[in-house]
Design a protein around this ligand. Structure first.
Ligand SMILES: CC(C)(COP(=O)(O)OP(=O)(O)OC[C@H]1O[C@@H](n2cnc3c(N)ncnc32)[C@H](O)[C@@H]1OP(=O)(O)O)[C@@H](O)C(=O)NCCC(=O)NCCS
Length: 179
């Protein structure tokens, strides 16, 4: 597999900040047509340096070139309680964005998800992966559903109208790929 998925470090902050200004990343994070930055509240140095054991930022590289990022959390334990204080245990929540526009649609996102899902399901306690694309991001819905995710319902996260998707362990078909 050409994609390497490694922990983010402070040296990745310039890429993360640059990717926040890419139109395709902005479109995936806000329905506001006036939005000019993605993840506007993110202080990336703080985010990648955070010591929350229930949250990890990962960077995808192709031949040493950073191309995108993921956040992988335990949504029941993660400190901001983004998924709500009543979130059940034994789930893993993910977010993914390819920052480099020339790397979209080349299968890299599928590889990133495959690696991250295999790592998550390597923990026998993890029952399912959950993900919260905007309801408007139909390209991403197709991407997730091809991996086996199923939509479970609309949900507002702050002002974001999302269509939550869930991948149960029994529905994961790509478990032989490199973890
Ligand atoms: C979603 C995303 C990670 C998929 O990775 P990818 O490497 O582009 O996708 P792959 O080549 O593995 O698979 C192709 C599928 O990705 C989806 N896709 C492609 N470009 C996309 C884009 N700009 N935005 C969202 N999804 C896209 C489509 O479903 C596409 O399938 P199609 O051929 O039926 O149109 C990537 O496109 C991306 O980062 N998009 C912008 C951010 C985003 O939407 N993140 C998800 C938010 S929850």
């Amino acid at each position: 597999m050409p994609v390497k998925l490694r922990p983010a470090t402070p040296a990745d902050v310039p890429h993360l900040e640059r990717w926040d200004h890419e139109p395709h990343v902005i479109a995936a994070t806000s329905d506001d047509p006036e939005a000019d930055v993605a993840f506007e509240d993110a202080e990336w140095l703080e985010e990648v340096s955070n010591d929350d054991p229930a949250s990890a930022y990962l960077i995808a590289e192709i031949d040493g070139r950073p191309i995108g990022a993921m956040q992988v959390i335990d949504p029941a334990l993660e400190r901001t309680h983004y998924w709500g204080k009543d979130c059940p245990p034994n789930l893993c929540a993910m977010d993914i964005w390819i920052g480099e526009a020339d790397c979209l649609g080349n299968g890299y996102g599928t590889e990133m998800m495959t690696i991250a899902i295999n790592r998550a399901f390597a923990d026998p306690k993890v029952e399912a992966i959950v993900i919260d694309p905007l309801n408007s991001n139909t390209d991403a819905h197709r991407f997730y559903q091809r991996l086996g995710f199923r939509p479970t319902g609309r949900r507002l996260f702050d002002d974001d109208d999302c269509l939550v998707h869930r991948l149960d362990r029994a529905d994961w078909r790509f478990g032989d790929a490199d973890a």
